[in-house]
Design a protein around this ligand. Sequence first.
Ligand SMILES: *Cc1c(COP(=O)(O)O)cnc(C)c1O
Length: 350
Amino acid sequence: MITFYPGPSKIYPQVAQYLQDAYAEGILSVNHRSLECMDITRGAIEILHQKLHIPRDYRIYFISSATEAWEIIAQSLTIRQSVHFFNGAFGKKWAEYTEKIVPEVQKITFDLETLPDLATLEPFSDVVCITQNETSNGTQIVDLQPFRQAFSEALIAVDVTSSFGGITLDWVQADLWFASVQKCLGLPAGMGIMIVSPKALERALQINDRKFYNSLLFIDENFQQFQTHYTPNVLGIYLLNKVLSNISDISIISERIKQQSIDWYSFFENSPYNAGTVLVKNKTVRSDTVLAIQGTTEEIDNIKNKTKAKGITIGNGYGIWKNTTYRVANFPAIEENEIKALQSILKDSK
Ligand SMILES: *Cc1c(COP(=O)(O)O)cnc(C)c1O
């Protein structure tokens, strides 16, 4: 099966062997407080630091999903107010979810083709929430430094669910980063990753939330011993460890993904194929890892049917773009011959 769905997405083919190994090594039955399990967790954290160049003083936790990070940030890291910048469905959901927990939520929406205007905003020191890669519409915010500069006191929280493991990220520009394993990391769904700066940990201590099973301080206390606050997805941690050990450094992956995205965009822009047009016109805000392609409902249905008939899954549109776009994941586990196969169908989509 070939899939370009932007999550859950294509898993690395090596995962088939790793699953067998996991069974043979008996790790599927290990106790989560055992030394064996702690070793797997320690190894996975170490390899994340190495391969993705995550600073040593940033903590890494395994949680159940990216969505859980929205909750942890609202419960354990927000004093009373968060400001959410978004232009699409995931950023919006994050804000709406946070509204149920946090007393004051400010929503700042911006256009698909632009970046938010930070100049007019008042100083703010609580939590600033940014969706770096908006999976619903294929946009991204490349540079996070302007947020850091505009809100130097605040904690900057960034949703990188659909770019983490695909492109290089400038870790020091934010305090909280989170993602899921089922997107650019090419793993089966069922685990989230949260990355926390020293400044964020300090804030958590100041807030001292200890009311919930997933309060950040409990999570941190457990991870100090390479344990988790819940019985974890041991297989997920094992697979993460294995996959990361065997893939290239993020600098190499990122270069390939960025080149592939340039090729993909020019495929749609310079082609007479009638395979749809790129939803986002402004090149500087186009996502490297998720492309949204627009057409009439009829055109989109036609393309979906054609690809499906050839055994290739493309991503449905999302939210308000549900019927008038389709999405193409440009994730590292997808191979060149698969891209060629999809392009040859799209060329033929008249
Ligand atoms: C997929 C996705 C999520 C949700 O991830 P889960 O692990 O399923 O909770 C959140 N944000 C963005 C930007 C996503 O692409």
